[in-house]
Design a binder for this molecule. Structure first.
Ligand SMILES: Nc1ncnc2c1ncn2[C@@H]1O[C@H](COP(=O)(O)OP(=O)(O)OP(=O)(O)O)[C@@H](O)[C@H]1O
Ligand SMILES: [Mg+2]
Length: 261
């Protein structure tokens, strides 16, 4: 790893495979001996299940750790008030990271009400500080799974991440969202923006899609439709352990990420 940290944001239209990709990459890196922090930034929080964490395992999202938020930020959760705007969040993973397998920890962010409407509430301040300081977390690879769409690409991710994986499927609408996300990622200062075309059926015209996207994305990575994934849902762990067909491409993508990070 050469001491470098790879901080990756995974984004795309709804249902294109962001969470699946995040979990597959987490296991791929961990099997290579790399420490991974997987961050679930989606309020619907299904990364835990995709990583194979038992549904009976108690998970309290960070946005609901009221005592911690009060201790770090002050203010009144959901309402604002006097707040510390740059708190020390170095202990957040130690305190709230959930072990998700060897060398993988999961941090579940949870939802923040009113964040989109400009609310400067303590929960939002805490989450954006953690993102902005992602580089100081001890893990070598940080993978942030995001909710569908564009809204989260605000100042929260601006400073914290150095690689974006924009996921799409073949559909026109998902490709259009991917183009918008690519622009936003660059506006946020993320240099390396990779397009991941997921669930590609063997007959598809990849050349056409590649050409259409080549003007804005540095690199395009194609992942096949793989029947292993629905077979083992919700966990991707067996997909990795049994080296299902998609894994060859996932391992190639992980190698690219290590080299370019
Ligand atoms: N390469 C693939 N082959 C087959 N099935 C896949 C593949 N990638 C993802 N899936 C399936 O597609 C569905 C959507 O995947 P996933 O939940 O990862 O998408 P998402 O982008 O995270 O969705 P959301 O926007 O709701 O968070 C899941 O049922 C998943 O198992
Ligand atoms: Mg998801």
């Amino acid at each position: 790893m050469n001491g470098r940290k790879i901080r990756v944001v995974i984004a795309g239209k709804g249902g294109v495979g962001k969470t699946t990709l995040t979990a597959l990459l987490a296991y791929t890196f961990s099997r290579q001996g790399t420490h991974v922090l997987a961050v679930d930034g989606d309020p619907q929080s299904n990364l835990a299940a995709t990583l194979g964490i038992s549904p009976t395992h108690p998970i309290l999202p960070l946005s609901e750790q009221k005592v911690y938020i009060q201790e770090k930020i002050g203010g009144n959760p959901g309402r604002g008030g006097f707040m510390v705007l740059n708190p020390d969040t170095a202990d957040v993973v130690e305190r709230f990271g959930i072990p998700a397998g060897e060398r993988i920890r999961l941090l579940v962010m949870g939802g923040v009400q009113n964040a989109g409407s400009g609310c400067l509430c303590p929960e939002y301040t805490l989450l954006s500080t953690i993102f902005a300081n992602a580089g100081s977390l001890p893990d070598e690879v940080i993978l942030l799974d995001t909710p569908a769409g564009l809204e989260h690409f605000g100042r929260a991710v601006a400073q914290g991440f150095n690689l974006a994986l924009i996921v799409t499927d073949e559909s026109y609408n998902a490709r259009a969202v991917a183009r918008d996300l690519c622009r936003l990622a660059r506006q946020c200062g993320i240099q390396d923006v990779v397009l991941v075309i997921n669930r590609m059926p063997p007959s598809s015209d990849m050349k056409k899609i590649r050409e259409e996207m080549a003007d804005i994305f540095q690199k395009t990575w194609i992942l096949p439709q793989d029947s292993c994934i629905p077979r083992y849902e919700p966990s991707v762990k067996p997909v990795v352990e049994q080296h299902c067909p998609i894994m060859e491409k996932i391992e190639g993508l992980a190698r690219y990420m290590l080299q370019s990070g």
